[in-house]
Design a protein around this ligand. Structure first.
Ligand code: GLY
Ligand code: MN
Ligand code: MN
Length: 433
């Protein structure tokens, strides 16, 4: 990400919050995995979006018109001994030089500078509830300023969340962001192709997961979220993450996995037969889901509202369920009373970006908002058929989802994840090669 993109984002926030305000954004904390072992560090998406700063224990402050500059960064000081053990730190000097802070301070000086910076500002933008210790400190700073009221110092009186403002910005992707997402999508698509090619009955689910992760990591990427590799009945568990069962001959396997590239996620699901050939029942259900997905993608157009893809998918899925004999009745009624939810219990997509379930409002004043160029969303209908007396045995334990990442453009939907096949003939051909 070029440095001027971060600068552009900060300027936009500075302009929107205005002179009488101050915004505080915190880095993600390190988290313990067990005893003294940490989880791999992942920076907070909002903080990273505004700073590009990769370290924990850091606070960004946007203070329009402050004497030290508009953009202040508090971070860990350099410490040769700690750095020998834990890795390099930018330090305040590095933060100014490499991350374009107007002024940077050691993080332990936060209290003294913040009271000063908050004095005589009316509004504070800070998202409450995420970092309890920081919330408490903010209250303390404000109380301190209130106590100085007789000296003529005014304390802030209005507290706003930065989320709506920042998340609207994050929702519309820039050309650079789209490039990063396209690359995440390409590598994720290659990984799914690889999984299709190496899959054999008798393999373990985690072995397929390893093939995907190998492809991510050799491209310098990581998992955007915990990969799901579910064979047979495990494909009917929406958030199945154990990935520890054997893949059976005659079963389908559902893989939901995506790479994260420089902080931007891909999110792909494919479902294919472990042995490379769809059975008749699998083929029939698969084509219902595929038709629903194609119809939904067709609705991803600027000016159509958020829920149009879901409505299109529900219609095709319900028609398909009636054709398969899994639902009985009139399609319009089955949609109206949500009978399809027995087999399709999730929604058809979500925003995608730095977070896999990315930020941004879905409604405006109670109504679904319209799609705009630069938005990226997933389209992921599915059908999940668990054993039941009133269901033909041939369909038992078939779980199918097909998920692509789609960029809204001025024209046709741009499917970023088109590199991995989803039509039955193409999947069977790739698996036979
Ligand atoms: N992988 C999470 C989702 O598809 O929403
Ligand atoms: Mn998804
Ligand atoms: Mn997914």
């Amino acid at each position: 990400m070029p440095a001027n993109e971060y600068a552009r984002r900060r300027s936009a926030v500075l302009k929107k919050i205005g002179k009488e305000s101050l915004a505080i954004v915190a880095a993600a904390p390190e988290r313990l995995r067990n005893r003294d072992v940490h989880y791999p560090y992942r920076q907070d998406s909002d903080f990273f979006y505004l700073t590009g700063f990769p370290e924990p224990e850091a606070i960004a402050v946007l203070a329009p018109g402050a004497p030290q500059g508009d953009y202040l960064l508090f971070c860990r000081p350099r410490d040769p001994e700690r750095e020998t053990w834990d890795g390099r730190r930018a330090g305040p000097q590095g933060a100014e030089k490499h991350y374009a802070a107007d002024t940077a301070y050691p993080i332990n000086e936060l209290d003294e500078h913040l009271t000063e910076l908050l004095a005589n500002r009316r509004r504070v933008y800070h998202t409450l509830g995420e970092r309890r210790a920081l919330d408490r400190r903010l209250v303390k700073w404000i109380r301190q300023l209130q106590a100085q009221n007789r000296k003529g110092i005014e304390a802030p009186t209005e507290l706003y969340s930065l989320d709506p403002l920042l998340h609207e910005m994050r929702l519309i992707k820039s050309a650079t962001e789209i490039k990063l997402m396209r690359r995440a999508a390409e590598v994720s698509a290659e990984a799914h192709c690889r999984a299709m090619q190496v899959c054999r009955p008798g393999m373990m689910e985690y072995q397929l997961a390893a093939e995907l992760h190998y492809q991510f990591e050799r491209n310098g990427m990581s998992q955007a979220y915990g990969s799901i590799v579910g064979g047979g009945e495990n494909g009917c568990i929406l958030h199945y993450v154990e990935n520890d069962a054997e893949l059976g001959d005659g079963d389908l396997v559902l893989i939901d996995a995506g790479a994260e590239n420089a902080g931007y996620a891909a999110d792909i699901t494919r479902t294919f037969p472990v042995n490379g050939r769809f059975s008749d029942a699998q083929r029939a259900v698969y084509n219902v889901v595929l038709n629903a997905q194609l119809a939904a993608i067709e609705q991803v157009r600027a000016g159509r509202h958020w829920n149009r893809p879901h409505e299109a998918a529900v219609k095709k899925l319900t028609e398909g369920l009636v054709d398969l004999g899994l639902l009985k009745g009139k399609v319009a009624d089955l949609i109206e009373n949500e009978a399809y939810r027995r087999f399709y219990m999730h929604s058809t997509g979500h925003w995608l970006g730095m977070d896999v379930h990315d930020v941004g409002a879905y409604k405006r004043k109670g109504k679904w908002r319209d799609l705009q160029p630069g938005m990226v969303l997933t389209v992921e209908p599915g059908l999940y058929i668990t054993p039941a007396k009133d269901v033909d045995k041939a369909f038992w334990n078939i779980g199918i989802r097909i998920e692509d990442d789609v960029l809204v453009t001025k024209g046709d939907p741009d499917v970023l994840t088109a590199g991995v096949p989803k039509h039955i003939e193409a999947i069977e051909k790739l698996m036979a090669a």
